[in-house]
Ligand binder design. Structure first.
Ligand SMILES: Nc1ncnc2c1ncn2[C@@H]1O[C@H](COP(=O)(O)OP(=O)(O)OP(=O)(O)O)[C@@H](O)[C@H]1O
Length: 315
């Protein structure tokens, strides 16, 4: 690796925010250049994914990175940083230009430019946990395990199937995920799984299984309200198969940090979790990106990513 370059390097997803990030970025750039002399940037495109750009940047000694976009942007950049190695030498600052921007809700990152710049200049960071997932790209047959890192929330079963449908939908809207969450309930068949976590086990059909480092996903849902990016373990929430009536009755709890009060829902912390389907197909998403299929195992990486946060961030 080259010696560190002291300036901030921005990695920009022009497609974030349902394509609006490109225009917003063009408006922001002159103000950023004035405030951060020497800053550099790169935009992703068909040939250069954010993962490729991030890996190349870290290998070239650019260790102060800003990700411009939403959760998928930070997810892709994280995987590039991890691929380059030396994760702990990177200082990462998210600039929220996505649709849901769920990850930065936990961090308290400001969205307004002057407040965001003040946070960057204050230089306060946390040692943020990184989750490592092992899963499969195909549902069955001879297959090799795939590995992916995530930094916010990973989900299986209903959660992952909704993400897959949202990615395919032609209609893109801020409310797409919550709307699909309701619309698809009748078509969903709960997979039966075995969940092993820190010496405990559950077996049965599940509606959703979530691993959390950050506390929000799906545009403000709180399926893992007990998560904390500075903890040494993951948040784990799983809900058994429910009737549609029960889901509708308790839907408000998905947004109010009280999901653990729904009878049958388990909220816990765990250092390692395995989820294996015993009947049906188990799908996986992480940070809002559809990834593949179970069996899935997850644990926290022994390394942490330094992430810039406002100094007064609570909890
Ligand atoms: N140049 C590009 N063109 C098209 N898609 C891109 C490009 N660069 C990255 N992407 C993809 O864009 C997708 C959306 O990015 P992102 O999740 O950051 O935005 P968002 O969906 O608006 O925000 P959020 O996830 O916070 O709701 C990701 O799957 C990412 O891999």
């Amino acid at each position: 690796m080259k010696p560190p370059i002291p300036h901030w390097h921005f990695l920009v997803n022009p497609a974030a925010g349902r394509g609006r990030a490109a225009r917003k970025w063009a408006r922001l750039l002159p103000r950023l250049q004035a405030a951060l002399p020497g800053m550099t940037w790169a935009e992703s495109d068909a040939e250069n994914s954010l993962t490729v750009l991030a890996e190349a940047a870290v290998r070239a000694g650019r260790l102060r990175l800003v990700g411009v976009g939403g959760d998928g942007t930070h997810h892709d950049i994280l995987n590039g940083i991890v691929a380059a190695g030396n994760v702990e030498r990177v200082l990462y600052a998210p600039f929220p230009l996505g649709s849901g921007n769920d990850w930065v809700r936990t961090l308290g990152t400001p969205r307004q430019l002057s407040a965001w710049l003040a946070t960057l200049h204050a230089g306060h960071w946390i040692d943020h946990a990184i989750g490592n997932l092992v899963y499969y790209r195909t549902p069955s047959g001879p297959r090799m395990p795939a590995i992916r890192s995530f930094l916010n929330v990973a989900g299986m079963a209903y959660d992952a199937e909704v993400v897959r449908r949202a990615e395919k939908a032609r209609f893109k809207h801020r409310l797409l995920y919550p709307l699909l969450t309701l619309a698809y309930l009748r078509d969903f068949t709960a997979p039966t799984v075995r969940i092993d976590y820190d010496g405990q086990a559950f077996q049965g059909p599940v509606h959703t299984v979530n691993f959390g480092i950050g506390r929000y996903n799906g545009g403000g849902m709180r399926l893992v309200p007990q998560a904390d990016p500075e903890r040494p373990d993951l948040a784990l929430t799983f809900a058994p198969e429910f009737s549609i009536a029960k889901i509708l009755l308790h839907a408000w709890r998905f947004y109010t940090a009280s999901i653990g009060r729904v009878p049958g829902v388990v909220t816990a912390h765990a250092s390692q979790v395995g989820v294996a389907p015993t009947q049906g197909t188990l799908e996986l998403e992480a940070d809002g990106e559809w990834l593949g299929y179970g069996p899935v195992t997850v644990r926290l990486d022994h390394r942490r990513l330094r992430v810039v946060v406002p100094a007064g961030r609570r909890g």
